[in-house]
Design a protein. Structure first.
Length: 262
């Protein structure tokens, strides 16, 4: 079933619900990554979480015992920054946190309260005044983007839920029907960044994640194989019923099943 793993050259892991629950690693995550590296696989990480920059995420993984570097991490904040730079956007109004602001700064994207582009992300300090400003900009014709469309993200083994992008998007759309373009998983913008970052042919890559609607869809759109691990968002029943671009190549219950063929 997972015999294709022997010939895979690159493995891309989602983070939340796959490798960690933010403050702690999930069972067998470190062991699995170490075994894959020992077998010569290139390892990358990908997430729609923008609370930390790629540098910050790399440091957090390092502290948990997983060796990596910012260049091997792909975030929706990085995807958004690259999208804006590619399309000549040099200023945005941001509802988000420091990790996102850093990625924008690294691409020379200025944060501006009078910008013609609004970017929505996870913001634990979101308030009515930020919403008011975004609405005012939309009223002037600003375009709106988001780094994802999750209702919430989980922290810790007790499953504490923190509001993510979707509640903020819905709040803005309650005031205006402005369309919102997703620049995170599984968008075209994210696909382009993944394909430019990963140095392998699509047939040599597998993406491992916990969500058929983001991780599996993105993998299929990239031409990668996909493995769904049942430690996060998607249930086994939902995964087995999935069709088309939502259908994973394989379904596993534990990460270490990936290295069972070695």
């Amino acid at each position: 079933m997972l015999s294709f793993m022997k010939n895979i050259k690159t493995v891309i892991f989602d983070l939340d619900g796959t490798i960690w629950n933010w403050n702690e690693l999930l069972p067998q995550a470190k062991y699995t990554i170490e075994k894959l590296k020992e077998s010569g696989k290139e390892i990358y990480f990908m997430t729609n979480n923008t609370v930390l920059s790629r540098e910050g995420l790399a440091a957090k993984l390092q502290k948990m015992g997983i060796r990596t570097s910012p260049e091997r991490i792909i975030t929706s904040g990085y995807s958004a920054a690259k999208y804006f730079k590619k399309n000549g956007v040099n200023a945005v109004y941001v509802i988000g946190e420091q990790g996102l602001l850093k990625e924008l700064s690294l691409q020379d994207i200025r944060v501006d309260d009078d910008a013609k582009h609004v970017l929505i992300s996870v913001d634990r300090n979101f308030n009515i005044w930020k919403l008011k400003r975004a609405f005012e900009l939309v009223e002037r014709g600003a375009k709106v983007y988001a780094t994802g469309n999750y209702p919430y993200w989980r922290i810790g083994s007790n499953g504490t839920k923190i509001p993510a992008e979707l509640p903020i998007i819905r709040a803005l759309q309650a005031m205006t029907r402005v369309p919102v373009l997703n620049l995170g998983k599984p968008s075209e913008a994210m696909r382009d960044v993944v394909l430019k970052t990963v140095r392998s042919f699509p047939e040599d890559v597998v993406m491992v994640g916990d969500d058929i609607y983001t991780d599996v869809v993105l993998a299929n759109r990239c031409g990668f194989r996909s493995v769904l691990v049942l430690t996060g968002v998607t249930s086994e029943e939902e995964a087995r019923k999935a069709k088309g671009e939502y259908k994973p190549t394989e379904i596993i219950r534990r990460l270490d099943e990936l290295v069972s063929v070695f």
